[in-house]
Design a protein around this ligand. Sequence first.
Ligand SMILES: Cc1ncc(COP(=O)(O)O)c(C=O)c1O
Length: 385
Amino acid sequence: MSLATDLVTEVKTVQPRKAVLDMPEYHPPLAGRDALRLDFNENTAAPSPRVMEVLRTLTAEGLTKYPEREPVERIVAKHFGLRPEQVLLTNGVDEAIHLMCATFLEAEDEALISTPTFFMYDVNIKMMTPHLRKIQADATLEFPFERFMAAITQRTKLIIVASPNNPTGAVVSREHLLAIAAAAPQAVLMVDEAYYHFHGESTMKDLATVPNLIVARTFSKAYGLANLRVGMLVGSPDLLKYVRKASSPYNVNGVALACLPAAVADDEYLAWYIEQVRVGRERMMKGLQELGVPFFVSHANFVLMQIGPKHKALVEAMHARGVLLRDRSTDPGCDGCVRITIGLEEHVTRGLEALRASLNEIKWEAQQANEPTGQQTVDAEREFE
Ligand SMILES: Cc1ncc(COP(=O)(O)O)c(C=O)c1O
């Protein structure tokens, strides 16, 4: 028997923590994405050209050094009108979620989220505590504010709310977020503003007056840096110092750190991309309405469509036409739902053309969608923003 086989036998006898055994797994369908990427809510084109310029200046020797996060945190803090102690750069919001759970959740604590929402909350919370309370939205998929408030208890320690939410595109008003923070002073409220740029309302300005609030932002979406993996947590220095303690000093790589100042400085690029998405989202929602496809009004860079039993056939037909969509039908309350990302004008055009042809090909009919009550299709004249 070889040494390698002996080791495998031994490892089998070692068990992970029970929480790790019990937690769900997240396997996004990343393989074979060589097509128009309307599946992961990424920027569909490219980041600011200034980022590409920085990349060209990187040296071989530079790659041999451990990354230094703090100087870039100072630059980012200044850009957002914050103090450096209020900013922690992270390896995407994914890591930010993990750090928040690792920092604040004991095994007996409760955490609170609404569903459907970003699945990584579930994964990371369950890694720490079995006491995850999920408040399911009704058929409108709007945030269930009253029931959410009623679910807060003395044991609630971490609350995570995405606004705009993924996969619904629904938002939670600032008033409601502040009410949640006030109702749970013993808990940290993390507002995930990954899609903030496509909506424009933020609770970042409330950090000075709401001590238990932490806001997460990503550079993966509007800034187009998903592959560099960089996000941030902003909040009171008193809370963030604990999260910083739980974080590796090298959590964000040096290539991302080198590019970030150029990315945040290019306001012109950011405004241009956001406008592309705003106009594209309006076109997509009007296009869906013309096709008779029910959908949920979105405030993000994607739209969730209610396709019904033919959801899988649609995703396959679109793939055959070189356009990737994301089947969300297994998300709670999203039976038959498919999500389409909004990007550059020409990508929206290609997406809409492929949708028209694919719906035709699969012989989709509006009544097959099995419309949920209260679902938000739009009136012909309605403006979206
Ligand atoms: C609501 C939400 N938060 C966080 C993320 C992850 O962002 P990042 O790429 O910064 O890890 C996503 C990605 O899709 C998301 O939808």
